[in-house]
Design a protein. Sequence first.
Length: 283
Amino acid sequence: MKVTLLGTGSPLPDPNRAGPSTLVSSGSHNVVVDCGRACVMRLVGAGVMPPFVNLVLLTHLHSDHICDLNDLVTTRWITTPAAMASPLKIVGPVGTRRVVEGMLEMLALDEQYRLAHHEDLRTVGGMKIDVVELVAGDAHEHGDLVVRAFRTDHRPVEPTLGYRIEHDGKAAALAGDTIPCDELYDLCRDADVYVQTVLRDDLVKQLAQLLPGNAGRLTDILDYHSTVEQAGQTASRSGVKHLLLTHYVPAMQSGAEDEWRRVAAAHYSGPITLGPDLTYVEI
């Protein structure tokens, strides 16, 4: 199993970091977890073309986690040979179906144009998507891969889910945006890798002082994201084998990796990986 950070950014635009998105590859499976800005570009950078993505998991429906979903859906459709065509399965919390239906309405004219122009697309029909909405406690089988859904705490955003992806004896826990909670510990328990979106509360507070016009909005985010310290504490408490950090708020500057790693390492003695887009671990 290989876990690649396609995008390590956040809602705050950064020229060097795509939006939140993670690729889990195991056997014949390529699973994209969240679809932040530029995730399709990073997907290709990771060596996986869109036709080979067979499952998308959405942790929640904040715009920074879904804004490139339409690009993945469209690009996969128009680049998949007719002989390989199959519906794209999109799994997410309640509300996902509404988002996908709205997205398809937005893309309806583009779909019409392409069907009119390309005979081979017409032979297989338009964009085909299977939407599966999960609630906490559900287990979803995708071939020989199992996805288990856990409640996370990103309130006032509800519902939100973290996913435990199990395949070939390995388990990856992808928490999404959340603060520590009992369900997060259950999600991560004994996982081979735990992927956590994080912020540095000290740096966010400094940024708020520099941008007083947005200070309230910036400090608001402190109460519904895990800090780097909390990610280390969760990893230690849950007995995970490898901690992988992403969605750095504010954007982690080049050369600051060791500083961020030390913050987590004060609470977790196992391996900690972080870095630029396309950083990966193999388990």
